[in-house]
Design a protein around this ligand. Sequence first.
Ligand SMILES: N[C@@H](CCC(=O)N[C@@H](CS)C(=O)NCC(=O)O)C(=O)O
Length: 213
Amino acid sequence: MLTLYHCNGARSMRSLWLLNEMGIDFELKELTFSMEGLRTPEYLAISPLGRVPCLVDGDVAVFESGAIAQYLGEHYDPEGKLHRPVGHAERTEWLIWLHYAETMAVHGASLVQQRVFIAKEDRSPVVQKLESRRLEKSLEVVDKHLADRDYLLKSGFSTVDTNVGYSVHLAKGFVSLDPFPNVVKYYERISVRPAFIKAAASVPLNEQAPKRA
Ligand SMILES: N[C@@H](CCC(=O)N[C@@H](CS)C(=O)NCC(=O)O)C(=O)O
């Protein structure tokens, strides 16, 4: 049985959404998004940086949401319904978007830090402006790419949509999607999927109350 370690609204939503899309059985372990929740010796033993997500499959522990998407595809999607294996015509494109998801999320994470973890007086307007701008630039690339397709890969919804899709979900808490009409339509498309709705039932990090404002 697979076990997913997850925090409400965090990047682990990607893995939760993907597991829901795949329709496989798993146990969900929700941790609180705090030092107490994430830095216990038990959790650090499987996820050494104490971050989410982490997927445990028997005696294998996989951390990093990109690695989890690839692992699930390789081990649990033999027909390649959502995965794009080596040799598939879209493999390289799939690989690029899998990693691009993190390029986007890093800017969102930096903005979460500013808004949720740093006391108001210590927040940096420069960092917030720079990271918002860089997030917008990353959305611009996705917008252009989506001009001739419904999902990131022309063949249809795949594991990269859960990873980039979460980054868009996170981004929209900080910047407007309006200048990116293809991204707006994309978000409308992905956010009505039952697997997304189930995974997003919690409050996203960017909408949670500041811890120390
Ligand atoms: N690149 C990693 C990032 C994991 C990560 O930083 N997760 C955040 C939540 S979005 C976390 O656990 N943060 C807790 C902390 O920084 O203490 C991934 O994609 O899994």
